[in-house]
Design a protein around this ligand. Sequence first.
Ligand SMILES: *[C@@H]1O[C@H](CO)[C@@H](O)[C@H](O)[C@H]1NC(C)=O
Ligand SMILES: *[C@@H]1O[C@H](CO)[C@@H](O)[C@H](O)[C@H]1NC(C)=O
Ligand SMILES: *[C@@H]1O[C@H](CO)[C@@H](O)[C@H](O)[C@H]1NC(C)=O
Length: 322
Amino acid sequence: MAVNFNTGFVFLMITMAAAAAAGFSVVAADSPKEIIVKTVKGQKLCDQGWECKGLSKYCCNQTISDFFQTYQFETLFENRNSPVSHAVGFWDYRSFITAAATYQPLGFGTTGGKTLQMKEVAAFLGHVGAKTSCGYGVATGGPLAWGLCYKKEMSPSQDYCDEYYKYDYPCAPGAQYYGRGAIPIYWNYNYGAIGEALKVDLLNHPEYIEQNATLAFQAAMWRWMTPAKKGQPSAHDAFVGNWKPTKNDTLAKRVPGFGTTMNILYSDSVCGQGDVDSMNVMISHYQHYLDLMGLNRDEAGPHEVLNCAEQVPFNPSYKSSS
Ligand SMILES: *[C@@H]1O[C@H](CO)[C@@H](O)[C@H](O)[C@H]1NC(C)=O
Ligand SMILES: *[C@@H]1O[C@H](CO)[C@@H](O)[C@H](O)[C@H]1NC(C)=O
Ligand SMILES: *[C@@H]1O[C@H](CO)[C@@H](O)[C@H](O)[C@H]1NC(C)=O
């Protein structure tokens, strides 16, 4: 063991010296990526290694780490490790980008060219920032500088076990399904469904979400990428314009854009309620992140596509709880 370790170390030293002599940087992020390009039936497909793997048209575009790097993550979430934060040391860039690697071959942050790609990352993180913020008007840096301050609901008033789903998603003894994650997950049936999708036993171990930031981001991205119901768009599709509204959608004032992503993810707890705070806080985070990423906030589009105040909710809740 010791011999192998030493051999490996010496090898690394030589490699670094050789690279330095040749004028290359050995920092992984700076080294040129190897992009595999194949044309299949006239369509260009690519593979960019770990971050965008498996021959997809989306992997021919830049990947998220090309335009959204550690320092930008730090700028967006500058207070997340402050002493008053409730998730010190939990969230980090590496978890975000590792989770994103699962969805970039499917178009997450890789659709439509650089501006739209950056907008989608800002929009997704706008949801995350608003949902995990502990910012108040008087807090350092202003209320928008406190995203990723929480990883779970602090004083749950109940276990969020819905007996109606006891056959499909039975609550595990002692398990609590309170809000956890980057876009918080509540209720046994949501933990159950997301656990199935990610092949992690979240029904018996909902606590995994508050123990593993990569998993927490992955769960949020899965929700962003997945329609709540057949025939409905995912937040991703509604945002990047893959979704074409039906006549019903138009009558319901649902148009492609950020507003509809809130409708898909939160329905009547946020949308169709007029000019409410819960909605405006998400829009403000999204716009703030566009600013910080160096995009003009006008890129977010006009008020009609940004908000969902007058939209008819996609899937109104049968519960009165929010
Ligand atoms: C990749 O980016 C280009 C613009 O640079 C865009 O036209 C194209 O639609 C993008 N590919 C996909 C699959 O979204
Ligand atoms: C955290 O979750 C990721 C994604 O599901 C998984 O690959 C990783 O093994 C997990 N880490 C730990 C320590 O369980
Ligand atoms: C459109 O809305 C009407 C009235 O709510 C409903 O009956 C109908 O099924 C909807 N059509 C589609 C395609 O969703």
